[in-house]
Design a protein around this ligand. Sequence first.
Ligand code: PRP
Length: 220
Amino acid sequence: MKSLTVAVSKGKLLPDTVALFESAGYTVPDLHNGRRLIADDEQGALRFLLAKPDDVPTYVEHGAADLGVAGLDVVMETNADVYQPLRLGVAQCRLSVAAPKDLGDVPLRLRPDVRVATKYPRLARDYFLGRGLSVEIITLRGSIELAPVVGLADLIVDIVETGRTLRANGLEELRVIMESEAVLIINRATHKLRLSEVNQVVDRLQEAIAARRDEQERAA
Ligand code: PRP
């Protein structure tokens, strides 16, 4: 039978993703180094594709991958039409609004021409529009914290995990827009047509997540 294809995110999320699939019983030696872009698990049940994190929902939405592992933040930003059955309990972080500590006390709605730098233009625009604030969104690809420091933007909308990057750049978190973590996403057609195979993967991942939670609780 044809294996199910899983698009996983290169970079920060990869070690946790590999560990999770390994504890669910899928052995994928080539996935660790993040260089080979396609790797099969030893039992031939899953084929992994290494993709840029922002592209994972696109692979899954268009059926180039049956399943995907991506940050919920990225899934929401891309607005991909995918089935999202499972939070994976790793890569926990939040999407927040942050500003320089010396921004001052004038409320945002009274400030003209507020500029917001972000990798998440859709979520940032929705957030501010939802509060009746029309801001200029400046889309960057990374190092977002630099933007207010050099005067490119007044605020940022970015991922905060430990808060170290904000502190190191004299910024403070003002509002949390959403909590995020890694999620499993599934192509809608695959979910209909190959449900029992999909459920097998989901069940094994769920067991691995529960086992890890138990272990963490015992260690605490
Ligand atoms: C992410 C995010 C923040 C940082 C937050 O950046 O965009 O910059 O991590 O983590 P912290 O709260 O633990 O400091 P990443 O390292 O992915 O690189 P990027 O700036 O190029 O997006």
